[in-house]
Design a protein around this ligand. Sequence first.
Ligand code: NI
Ligand code: MN
Length: 230
Amino acid sequence: MTITLTWLGHSGVHLKIGEHDVLIDPYLTGNPLAPIPADDLPADFILLSHGHDDHVCDAASIARRTGATIVANNEIAIWYRDTHGIESVHTLNTGGGVRLPFGRVELTIAHHSSALPDGSYGGQPNGILILTNEGKNIYHAGDTAVFCEMQFIGQRGIDLALLPIGDYYTMGIDGSLQAIDLIQPKAVIPIHYNTFDVIMQDAAYWAQRVANETDALPVVLDPGGKHTLS
Ligand code: NI
Ligand code: MN
């Protein structure tokens, strides 16, 4: 079965896994790189890495419109249930996972912070690991510094990693190269860059360094661009 990923700009991703529409960190409203409006996105599941507005911005409106299930840590998922009336949530926590129709979703550690848009405590920030039924494993690092336990994530066998390269709020290009060394993904897509002035990066330079210094295939997408795993 084919898995098609569409980059929504920033850390936002749409995955079409079989017949399932899976979103990660939807941030379209107010995102200068947004390729389509949030109202046009299909969703069965919305996976959230942490509570910052540039990751959860459109989760409530999309969940309300589509009936999608929100999958996040305990604090974030309960906040959506209690303050936004989103009935269908999974309240995971770091290291735990849940079996969903397209595969297993686990929350990994991430080194960052996490407050919700209204200032509520958002729990610990996470990365997201998707172990699809087809045997393809996708790791979305969320917002994070590089950390040496990334090697344990790599031991799961990562087909595709999505890593922030923007610097300032997360690891930058040098950190992402260390992360690739630890994870050893087959392919890697850069995220969380060029959205704001402070996270401008040269993706072509990043891709050249990945090609020269690692065994991973760099895949640079434009917002709205697609990558297929098969
Ligand atoms: Ni953040
Ligand atoms: Mn962010």
